[in-house]
Design a protein. Structure first.
Length: 566
């Protein structure tokens, strides 16, 4: 192949036979590519000439990246680490064909790798190495990946590795955390999390490991193993950003960080917990861009949306949202508050913590250590002439009694509980000491919710699930086929990080307190009896709603099984 390229260059008058022989001898002695050797020896003056003839030789096209505006979504089909490693960039996508700019189109290994990670057919096109590197900096932000920075920091690890926990002074730590590579490393950890739309960053120290994980779409994924010697400096840097005590490593600490990135302000809630091998850091990202305040886009089915709207526009009463941590309860309540937030309404919230600042709403942060808990805040609220009150969570008898008193005396009260479904929320209130007749009178609506992972649209495919999974949900495959229903899953692609999922959707179980349900509660009915009557009156359970989303092709049977119960 090399001789053919040489012959083409001789025929075109670009080099002489003597120059080709000298280049081939150099290649024999030192190795390398013929085109690069011809450039190095000065026989060819421009890389563009080599690219032009290589393209002809391989019967492929050429591309001038400087003259072309690429689609960032196409560029991102190839992960940044792979793009930089092989000096390639995805330029154009046509159907299942991806045109990739490269200066080494004959490298079969690279093309096979790109085919594997993208799931597309790869068509190489020639471009100069310099133009590709320039495009990589432009479209991947010119920034280094986390692994690049870790490699860079590792070169200077002597200043960190020699530090031992018992000999570290505040002065030494202050000096270490101001070191430029450490600052850059922590910044990159935070910026990468924002780009991936992570909800949490976990930084963890084990006996011989120091790792970073992100929670994306509700699932933790490991993104980096950091050099073990950097653990003190990285965690201390986060403490300084959070305005915490860097010399305190025996007690838990909580703080906040506010940064400006990508044209917006983003808050981080920081929790630091001492473990046996060091401190674990969890940073919750409170990104306004991820807060959905438009109620019409929350994912309520038509009946549940109607019941929710009716309840939140009542003059008084209690609306409860229930579900596990991270199920979107705060987003649902914030969206309700936002729709009610007008100049003629006094809205007050007691939260622990205040996650997002809502303009026009009076938000109070709880401080249990000084006696400001939910019950104390509620007592004060009732002297502040409120129309609507949000209690972050009902945790004890005192709080539930004051909240119910407020709901029965002309106030609309929103709150959350941790229960598995809507019917068991009523029995939970009674277990906390609330008389059944008060629970029946005060509560107007209970909404239970879960977040299910969405199937990635880029790699969505139809398939037939295992019979045992159908059995768990009580689904008859013959009935499914008769109705023309189908099952889908994500195959896994670069767009979803190989998971098959991208994004999440909420499912809701809305139970309005009808007169019949009120009577049942007063009579001391169980959660099962309450659920049976609610379903007879039209309520769909979380599992039924999740199955509907599954047959709509939004989520998978695995998500229905793992996130909902019968």
């Amino acid at each position: 192949m090399a001789l053919r390229l040489g012959e083409m260059l001789i025929k075109a008058g670009k080099i002489t036979q003597e120059q080709l022989d000298a280049a081939l001898q150099h290649q024999k002695e030192h190795g390398g590519k013929l085109g690069e050797i011809l450039l190095h020896l000065g026989y060819i003056k421009s890389e563009g000439v080599i690219n032009e003839f290589l393209a002809k030789q391989l019967n492929i096209g050429t591309i001038k990246l400087d003259d072309l505006e690429l689609d960032p979504d196409v560029v991102n089909l190839v992960p940044v680490d792979i793009a930089r490693k092989f000096t390639v960039i995805a330029a154009i996508k046509v159907g299942k064909m991806l045109f990739v700019a490269t200066s080494d189109p004959a490298n079969v290994f690279v093309m096979d790798t790109l085919k594997f990670v993208t799931g597309l057919e790869i068509q190489p096109v020639m471009a100069s190495k310099e133009s590709i590197e320039k495009a990589l900096d432009k479209y991947y932000g010119g920034g280094e990946s986390l692994s690049d920075i870790v490699d860079e920091v590792s070169e200077d690890m002597e200043i960190i590795e020699e530090e031992e926990e018992e000999t570290l002074s505040d002065t030494e730590l202050q000096k270490a955390v101001q070191d430029k590579p450490i600052v850059k490393l922590v910044n990159q950890i935070i910026l990468d999390a924002i780009k991936l739309k992570a909800s949490d960053i976990h930084i963890e120290v084990y006996e011989k490991r120091f790792r970073v994980r992100y929670r994306v779409d509700g699932v933790l994924r490991e993104v980096s193993q950091l050099p073990y010697g950097l653990r003190f400096a990285v965690i201390s840097r986060i403490k300084i950003l959070s305005k915490l005590n860097i010399s305190e490593r025996r007690l838990p600490q909580d703080g906040r960080i506010k940064i400006h990135a990508f044209g917006r302000s983003i808050d981080f809630r920081v929790s630091i917990l001492p473990c046996i091998f060091g401190e674990k850091v969890v940073m919750r990202l409170l990104d306004p861009e991820n807060l959905m305040l438009d109620m019409s886009k929350l994912g309520f089915p038509e009946r549940a949306q109607k019941e929710f709207n009716k309840a939140i526009h009542m003059p008084f009463g209690m609306v409860l949202v229930t579900g596990p941590t991270g199920s979107g309860k705060t987003t649902t309540l914030y969206s309700a508050l936002q729709s009610l937030n007008t100049p003629d309404v006094n809205i007050m919230t007691a939260e622990d913590p205040v996650e997002f600042n809502l303009d026009g709403i009076n938000q109070v942060q709880m401080h249990a250590e000084i006696g400001l808990n939910f019950a104390a805040a509620l007592r004060s609220f009732l002297r502040q002439d409120p129309n609507i009150i949000l209690v972050g969570e009902i945790r004890d008898q005192e709080t539930v009694e004051i909240a119910v008193k407020a709901a029965l005396t002309g106030h609309l009260v929103f709150s959350t509980l941790h229960t598995n479904d809507a019917p068991s929320t009523i029995t939970r209130l009674i277990d906390m000491g609330l008389p059944p007749f008060l629970a029946a009178s005060a509560v107007k609506l209970v909404v239970a919710q879960r977040l299910l992972r969405r199937i990635c649209k880029e790699c969505k495919e139809e398939y037939e699930p295992e019979p045992e999974k159908l059995e768990i949900l009580g689904i008859d495959m013959d009935e499914v086929k008769k109705k023309g229903l189908k099952f889908y899953r994500g195959r896994g692609c670069p767009a979803c990080g190989g998971t098959g999922y991208k994004g999440r959707i909420a499912v809701f179980e809305a139970m309005p307190m009808t007169k019949e349900l009120q009577k049942l509660v007063i009579e001391g009915a169980s959660a099962l009896e309450i659920e049976e009557l609610a379903c007879q009156q039209g309520m769909k359970t979380l599992r039924q709603e999740a199955i509907d989303r599954m047959f709509e092709g939004i989520t998978t049977i695995d998500q229905v099984i793992t996130e909902t119960t019968e």
